[in-house]
Structure formats: C-alpha cells, structure tokens
Write a protein that binds this ligand. Structure first.
Ligand code: BEZ
Length: 387
C-alpha cells in the first residue's frame, strides 16, 4: 500500500515546520486495533488507509514525531478484545491506540484505555457508553455515537410521512442503540415502531425475518447492518420482493462502501449519515482526489473517519510539540480542536464525541448522493458521562 511520490514530496514540506521542535524524540508508537478478517474487514482497511493518508500528508510525522505502527487484527470478536488490546498496551507499550469498528470490541478497549491511561481514539465504533458512562479524559471519537445516525434517520422517516415501522438489526450494542435512536426520533415525530427484529452478530440468515416483515406489512423498515452483512441483507431484501412494496431505510452504513457489491438492489435506498460522497467542498474534493490517487479506490465514511482520527491526534501533538507526557495539555487541545473534516468542520462535545451534521443520502450508481440535511449539528446527549 504505497502512496504516490507526489504526495510524499508535498508532505515533506509540511513536516519541516514541526521537525525542529521534536528532534531527538523517538518515533510515536501508534497501535492500530482494527478488523482484518470477518464481515468488517474492509471497514478496518479503509480506516487504516485514511489514517495513513493524513500522516503522509504531514510528511510521515505528527507533532514532529515519526510514526511506528503496531497492528492487531481484532476479528470483530469481543471475547478476545481485552487480550488483544493488552498486546498493544502491555507488550508493545504504544503511545496511542486507534480502534476499532465493532462496538462490543471497542467497549473492552475503552475499559483497558481508562485503566491504563493510554490515549484512545475510536475511528468508528459507535457504542454510546464510550462517550457516555465510560467516558474519560483520554478517550476520544472521530466518528459518531450509535444514537446519532439512528436518531437522524428516524427524523427523515417521520418527515416522509411513514407511521408504522419495523426495525431489523444484529442484536449487539451497535444495532440495539441505533434502533433506540431511530425509535426516539420516529415516535417523537408521530410514528410508531411496531416490532424490533434481531439476529446474532454476524449472522446473515435473514429469510425468516424477511418473511415476518412481509406478513406484518409496515409502512417502512429501518435496518442497521454494515460491511459484508449489509451487502447480503440489501440483496436478500430485494430478492424477497420487499423492495418494491415496503420502503427500506437505514443508517448510512447500510450502503456505505458496499454499493458496488449490492448493485441494483441498493439503488434508490435512502439513508442518513454524517458523510456523503458528493459533498461539494474544496476540502472533501481534495481528500477524495488524494485518496483515489494513493489507493486507486474511492474513499468511504470509514476512510474519512480514519483520516480525521489522525487529524485529531495531530491537533493534540502539535499543541505539546510531540511531548506525550503533557497529558492535560494534549487532551485539552484535542478536546477543543476544530477539525477541518471532509464531512464538514466539526468540534467535539464535552464527552469527546463529534457534534456534526447528518445528511440525507440516496444511493445512485456507486455513490451515496447527499440530497439534504436530516439534522444540523446533532450532538449526542452524552447521557451518564461524568468527567
Ligand atoms: C459498530 O459496531 O459500532 C459499528 C460497526 C459498523 C458500522 C457502524 C457501527
């Protein structure tokens, strides 16, 4: 995975400005704990690519320090999460951990980060507790809380005039919390969720649940699936004949990074998310062009979140000139930074979760095209966080 020479050359100029003050410091040890196997493998890969793209734009250094990567495949397996994260914390003695995708794995990582005091930046997993009851001064998120995209999609579904909804998801933190957010907004705006359907993560035996949807005939179905599971679900929903009769909506993970594989089955699906492929700003255009040149594929929401995790780390490290021992100043700088993200500029809430716009998107060809705003500057309620 090599970035282009042009990108390296431009980045070298940026590096010169910070290298002076960090001379003599050892490389910064960055632990990447992401899925490299299983249904979320592609998501982990995009996060890593996004993170490394920003580092290379900065000349391979953050806060003037070169980067040494340590990697663990977490397999999206919560039962192995504590052992896996301790490989990075205790064996490799990393300075910062970036991870992960799966909410259940991330909850164990947050516990270990809180206990050890290691800086953790979560580049995807939405587990509400991470910026709720489990919040901590050393834990930050560059992505979203599960509540946020669920809530935003609930607003859009109600605006479309749907009254009776069914939900379907994997029965783990991400699915359950996204559905809770959807239900809160949908019911507040006049709708009613008739029934929640779940299956265990990462199962993809959707047929019995699709049969139940067909017999109940709701006005709309709300789904949370992602990665390989989202590809199969969208195709099965269409193959069961449901796409024609019962509109399918979802948080944007249902169609992000998956459209090529979903083909005609995904066309026209409406979702809500904090990113869309065609956000027409110079910032997003530059990000997308550089990513495509470096990796020969288009970025998606996961790549953008990885890129912003590196931007957040850079904001902190620049403030302390690469000196990780100045923890209070490091965390304060990340906490108050305005991140110039491809999604649009954002700041973190007091609980360290992005306060951000949620877009309405429609799947057209291989793109999730923004057609409007679902909710502007949506902040996670941060329930239960005491910092
Ligand atoms: C999660 O487990 O938090 C998650 C996984 C994939 C996409 C979005 C959220």
């Amino acid at each position: 995975m090599r970035l282009s020479h042009t990108l390296f050359a431009a980045a070298a100029v940026a590096a010169l400005s910070c290298s002076a003050y960090a001379q003599g410091q050892p490389p910064l040890k960055v632990g990447l704990m992401l899925p490299a196997t299983g249904t979320f493998a592609a998501l982990g890969d995009m996060i890593e690519r996004g993170f490394k793209l920003h580092v290379e734009e900065q000349g391979g250094k953050l806060g003037g320090r070169s980067i040494q990567y340590f990697k663990v495949d977490d397999e999206s397996e919560p039962s192995k999460a504590t052992d896996n994260v301790n490989k990075l914390i205790k064996r490799d003695n990393v300075d910062v951990i970036v991870g992960t995708v799966h909410s259940g794995v991330a909850l164990a990582m947050a516990r270990a980060a809180k206990d050890s005091g290691t800086l953790l930046i979560v580049p995807n997993a939405g587990a509400d507790a991470i910026t709720g009851p489990q919040c901590a001064p050393n834990i930050f998120r560059s992505s979203f809380s599960n509540w946020q995209p669920g809530y935003a999609t609930g607003v859009v579904a109600a605006q479309k005039g749907y009254k009776r909804a069914m939900t379907i998801t994997w029965g783990y933190a991400a699915g359950n919390e996204t559905v809770k957010g959807f239900t809160e907004a949908f019911e507040k705006n006049g709708g009613k969720v008739m029934k929640d359907l779940t299956l265990p993560f990462p199962n993809v035996e959707f047929q019995p649940l699709l049969t139940e949807i067909a017999s109940q005939k709701p006005d709309v179905v709300f789904a949370f699936f992602a990665g390989g599971g989202a590809v199969k679900f969208v195709k099965d929903y269409d193959a069961a004949g449901l796409k024609k009769s019962i509109p399918l909506m979802g948080s944007g993970f249902l169609t992000d990074g998956t459209l090529e594989a979903q083909g005609a089955s995904a066309q026209g699906l409406i979702t809500s998310l904090h990113y869309g492929d065609n956000i027409e700003t110079p910032r997003n255009t530059a990000f997308r062009n550089k990513f495509a040149v470096a990796y020969k594929v288009n970025p998606d929401v996961y790549a953008m979140q990885g890129y912003d995790a590196a931007q957040m780390l850079a904001a902190g490290l620049n403030a302390v000139k690469g000196d990780m021992s100045k923890k209070d100043a490091l965390y304060a700088a990340i906490g108050k930074a305005q991140i110039d993200s491809p999604r649009g500029k954002f700041k973190l809430s007091a609980q360290h979760n992005p306060t951000q716009d949620f877009y309405i998107r429609e799947a057209k060809g291989n793109y999730n095209v923004v057609t409007g705003i679902a909710v502007k500057a949506l902040a996670d309620p941060g329930r239960g966080c005491k910092m």
